[in-house]
Design a protein around this ligand. Structure first.
Ligand SMILES: Nc1ncnc2c1ncn2[C@@H]1O[C@H](COP(=O)(O)OP(=O)(O)OP(=O)(O)O)[C@@H](O)[C@H]1O
Ligand SMILES: [Mg+2]
Length: 249
């Protein structure tokens, strides 16, 4: 598929496209549609989209990056964005990885955080270990160990870690809040990957903490009601939706 627009009459797709716009009272939303991305990311095989300007996927990701950077709240502090979607398998993790790479390629010091303790995936995408990540740092009350990413000198990765525990409790902790404050001072852009909001509440807690949200829905997959419910639940957080992405894959 190489078309950025969609004409399908599928109800799911119509629902997925409609949902983010219908959240009354939210800030204006820009919707960006993403065509299929490369499913596998390896350090030795960097993602095409983020590297090949002639690839149409490059345009979509650049547009998303530009929109988000233009909407930055402060020039001298990191823009911290949490990526939310209602259901499993909607492409949050892959989009978070692509977006982080795209921003890092502008020279902006960027951090990608895997805060999905339910199904952590960033370590797999970047071909590294999951341990000694966010959960361990929160448990120890220490600064987390950030990994460098081969081929992307401005990108740091914080894996989810391996400690079992209550994810909601961890991500609601003062320690996590202090980490976020630290990232705000020391990075230009931070992308946080989370668990699906319809099943777990961590995404809303993080949205409330960082204040900036990117909403993702997947064409012919995300049910309208789930998206509507997520947007309704978001209104009680202190967060703003910075954009909405519709993924086709
Ligand atoms: N834009 C895309 N193009 C092609 N394949 C994709 C895209 N986004 C996701 N995928 C594929 O779909 C699957 C799920 O993607 P991903 O893990 O990013 O979703 P998720 O929303 O984070 O899932 P989970 O709820 O399990 O955390 C993976 O196999 C991934 O490679
Ligand atoms: Mg995921």
């Amino acid at each position: 598929m190489n078309d950025m627009s969609v004409n399908s009459t599928s109800e799911h797709l119509r629902d997925a496209k409609r949902a983010p716009r219908e959240a009354a009272g939210l800030a204006p939303i820009s919707r960006i549609e993403i065509v299929p991305l490369d499913p596998v990311v390896e350090p030795s095989l960097p993602m095409i989209m983020a590297h090949d300007p002639s690839d149409p996927r490059h345009e979509a990701m650049c547009a998303l990056r530009t929109e988000l950077l233009l909407r930055r709240e402060f020039a001298d502090r990191a823009e911290i964005i949490v990526l939310l979607s209602p259901c499993r398998g909607e492409g949050r993790s892959l989009l978070a990885a692509h977006l982080a790479i795209a921003v890092a390629r502008t020279g902006c010091p960027t951090l990608l955080v895997d805060a999905d303790f339910r199904h952590p995936r960033q370590h797999e995408l970047f071909g590294t270990h999951r341990d000694q990540g966010l959960s361990e740092a929160i448990a120890a009350g220490e600064r987390p160990r950030l990994r460098t990413v081969y081929g992307h000198p401005r990108l740091s990765l914080l894996t989810a870690g391996e400690l079992a525990g209550d994810p909601l409790f961890c991500l609601s902790s003062l320690c996590f809040k202090l980490m976020v404050d630290d990232w705000r001072e020391n990075f230009g852009f931070v992308v946080i990957d989370t668990a699906p909001v319809a099943q777990f509440s961590e995404g809303l807690v993080i949205a409330d903490l960082v204040g900036r949200v990117l909403v993702l829905s997947r064409a012919q997959h995300t049910p309208y009601r789930q998206m509507q419910d997520m947007l309704r639940r978001l209104t009680v957080t202190r967060s703003q939706i910075q954009g909405a992405v519709l993924s086709h894959f």
